[in-house]
Write a protein that binds this ligand. Structure first.
Ligand SMILES: Nc1ncnc2c1ncn2[C@@H]1O[C@H](COP(=O)(O)OP(=O)(O)OP(=O)(O)O)[C@@H](O)[C@H]1O
Length: 291
């Protein structure tokens, strides 16, 4: 099994530290890289791809620097950047076969993989359509199809669900879940539900640092006992929101039902509830502010 290792990876853009002494080891499975916009996810993925050199630290595959591996690393890699480049006037078929030739796939193999990828991503009916006529969701699926053409053992996906509607999102998640068995998939997103079911491990990134690296169950455990719900009048709700991080608010008649993070019981009327991953993510990222 492959072992992709980041050791003390650090990257600065002038005074900004986008990756700050990041270390982890990834093997086969699906990993969710969660973090708000600007946390440093794209920078980290570009470093893991070998497109960007870290200022400090190293990325190794089975103990060998990915930069030393060069082309042999790239044959193992599939990458879907946030804005992947495509040619709007190409048809789906022309585009994927063109990408297959860039990845140096022999003709027969290219055609087989092309058919398999169309099926996996549900784009069979679109093969003759020009990319400029596809929906945003179809284009994202085309992106994953191109990233998978060479059957990569390492698949890095940068915000693959950005801009998708809920139905496309679910479809995408199902594709991702089916991929992680015999490869390493790292998926970056700022949307917790994108990785809640699919990820074997969740890495949370904040201000260039990996602040958590846990299984979803362990992450839920972290927030256990710290999530509460309370019904409050709009005035009371305002006071609560000033005091505690609020995960969710919903209207209940004239009142509001608040879901809040607190280490101790925040009000005599509050009841403790089981955390979900959204709560746990907020708990971890807002930890210093949870009283
Ligand atoms: N080429 C660059 N020059 C200067 N600063 C940069 C550059 N690329 C990224 N940054 C900064 O580094 C930080 C991390 O950016 P990065 O794009 O890696 O984060 P991200 O988590 O992927 O965010 P997003 O989801 O918005 O893309 C941000 O503050 C960003 O403004």
């Amino acid at each position: 099994m492959l072992e992709l290792k980041a050791q003390n990876v650090t990257k600065h853009y002038k005074e900004k530290t986008a990756a700050d002494h990041i270390s982890f080891t990834l093997k086969n499975g699906v990993y969710g890289l969660l973090g708000e916009n600007g946390a440093g996810k794209t920078t980290l993925l570009r470093i893991l791809c070998g497109i960007l050199m870290p200022d400090k630290g190293a990325v190794t595959l089975d103990g060998i620097s990915i930069h030393k591996m060069g082309a042999s690393y790239r044959t193992l890699l599939g990458y879907l950047p946030q804005d992947f480049g495509y040619y709007p006037d190409f048809t789906v078929k022309r585009y994927l076969l063109y990408l297959a030739s860039l990845k140096a796939l022999p003709r027969e193999r290219a055609l087989t993989r092309y058919r398999e990828m169309l099926k996996l991503t549900g784009l069979q009916e679109e093969e003759k359509r020009k990319i400029k006529h596809l929906s945003g969701g179809m284009i994202r699926r085309l992106g994953i199809a191109q990233a998978l053409l060479n059957d990569p053992k390492i698949l890095l996906l940068d915000e693959p669900t950005a801009g998708l509607d809920p139905k496309e999102r679910i479809r995408f998640r199902n594709i991702i879940s089916s991929l992680g068995h015999d490869r390493l998939v790292l998926l970056s997103t700022h949307i917790v539900s994108d990785v809640a079911n699919a990820a074997d491990r969740i890495l949370i990134m904040r201000r260039g640092k990996i602040i958590e690296d846990q299984t979803p169950d362990a992450l839920l455990q972290t927030a256990s006992g710290h999530v509460w719900e309370v019904t409050a009048s709009p005035q009371e709700a305002e006071a609560i929101q000033e005091q505690f991080p609020v995960c969710n608010v919903r209207t209940e008649g004239e009142n509001l039902r608040l879901r809040i993070l607190s280490r101790t019981c925040p009000s005599p009327h509050a009841s403790q509830v089981q955390p979900d991953l959204e709560d746990a993510y907020l708990y971890v990222t807002e930890n210093r502010e949870v009283c």
